[in-house]
Design a protein around this ligand. Structure first.
Ligand code: PLP
Length: 413
């Protein structure tokens, strides 16, 4: 067919052949730890590819080996998700942190440095500030939104930088990182012996509202726990990249054992068909909530991508880089922790819980919850104050969410 299918159709079309599963219209869960080879030769060839001893030949479809290495449900997810980001390959992980840590470890060695936009999700922050340095891998933060010339200077001065890592928008400040600028910096300072890779955590925008590959990202990361899973009932992660870069990522996943279970993969398969419609509706609801918060006298500031309150350069960046505003909102109430907690304890429809991207609205306090591991100084520097509240807007009726937030905010003195 010459007609070019859109991602929303491709995810139905690709990755599953009913004839390989007794004609089942919907894939079964392949709840098996191991797979039977037809011949010893077939087993040998499958291992050669799985361990990166040789690349797969064009058209070669290696046999399945063992669920820690590969599994049909995981492979179906991997074959489908690439439709949105337009990458050649994907790897499904047991968590977003599994995707992030394994992808970094696939390319970093003692003596190398990773430069990351600050702030990042608390778990990523811990991995960068505590775990990687314990293996003699340096990590250096630079504020999200750092101008290209400054990032260029930082990378020029440090020939050990191997990865530039961006989280965009940054959790929880909602500031965008400039992906094309980081690509240009990586290219300017890459040499034949030093290829600087660009990693982008695209969890907040999801593949619907930002396509980092179009701006030159080498590895795109997701917490699949969030929008991709979408129902707060699984923990999973994804890494997307070229076939070449996916080789070491998958070998690392196999050896560190960070694969997702078949049941998790199956639930993601089910979630993928509604990803676009969920994200679009959640965004619609979030925009209504943003308008309400902006008009409330007890709300000092609302942080939401593309909004003029984020500053001119952020708005301009949002126009260039994003296809939507998403459904995560951070806002600052008048006062401090006491006032923020009063709101958190009074909302009834929004659940007081960390995580985000599910069909139900969640509300949390980054300063004492998701980002509590950062020092006071790091939090202050990143703009994560005690008066900040983060919400993930779900699929409830926005009028009801607004009424709920309203009654909680109205009690503030
Ligand atoms: C932006 C971002 N990246 C990564 C993660 C980690 O994902 P997971 O909890 O699935 O390991 C999170 C979790 O909240 C996140 O918000």
């Amino acid at each position: 067919m010459s007609h070019h299918l859109k991602p929303q159709t491709v995810i139905f079309e690709k990755g599953y052949d009913p004839q390989l599963s007794e004609g089942a219209a919907v894939p079964p869960v392949f709840r098996t730890s191991t797979f039977v080879f037809r011949t010893a030769e077939q087993g040998k060839r499958a291992f050669e590819i799985a361990y990166g001893l040789r690349p797969a030949e064009p058209g070669e479809s290696p046999a399945l080996i063992y669920t820690r290495v590969n599994n049909p449900n995981a492979e179906m997810v991997e074959d489908k998700v690439v439709a949105w980001d337009g990458t050649e390959a994907a790897a499904l992980f047991s968590s977003g942190m599994g995707a992030i840590s394994n992808s970094c470890l696939a390319f970093l060695r003692p003596g190398d440095t990773l430069a990351f936009s600050d702030p990042v999700y608390g778990g990523t922050e811990y991995f960068f500030r505590h775990l990687l340095p314990a293996f003699h891998i340096r990590t250096i933060p630079f504020p999200v939104g750092t101008p290209e010339a400054e990032l260029d200077e930082l990378v020029r001065r440090d020939p050990t930088i191997k990865i530039i890592y961006l989280e965009s928008p940054a959790n929880p400040t909602m500031k965008l990182a400039d992906i094309p600028a980081a690509r240009r910096v990586a290219d300017r300072h890459s040499t034949p012996d030093r290829r600087i890779l660009l990693f982008v955590d695209n969890t907040f925008m999801g593949p619907i509202f930002c396509r980092p590959k179009e701006f030159g990202a080498d590895v795109i990361l997701y917490s699949g726990t969030k929008f991709i899973g979408g129902h707060s009932d699984i923990v999973a992660g994804l890494a997307l990249a070229s076939r070449e870069l996916m080789g070491p990522i998958k070998v690392t996943r196999t050896i560190l054992g960070a694969n997702a279970a078949p049941d998790t993969a199956w639930l993601i398969l089910r979630s993928l068909s509604t990803l676009q419609i969920r994200m679009e509706q959640q965004q619609e609801n979030a925009r209504r909530v943003v308008a309400f918060l902006q008009s409330h006298p007890k709300v000092v500031r609302v942080a939401y991508p593309g909004d003029p309150a984020m500053g001119e350069s952020q708005v301009e960046l949002w126009r260039r880089q994003c296809l939507g505003t998403g459904s995560i909102i951070s806002f600052f109430v008048e006062g401090g922790e006491k006032q923020a907690f009063a709101v958190l304890d009074r909302v009834r429809l929004m659940k007081l819980a960390v995580s985000l991207g599910g069909v139900e609205s969640l509300i949390e306090h980054p300063h004492t919850m998701t980002h509590s591991d950062m020092t006071e100084q790091e939090k202050a520097h990143a703009g994560i104050t005690p008066s900040m509240i983060r919400i993930s807007v779900g699929l409830e009726d926005p009028e009801d969410l607004i009424a709920d937030l309203g009654q909680a905010l109205d009690v503030l003195p």
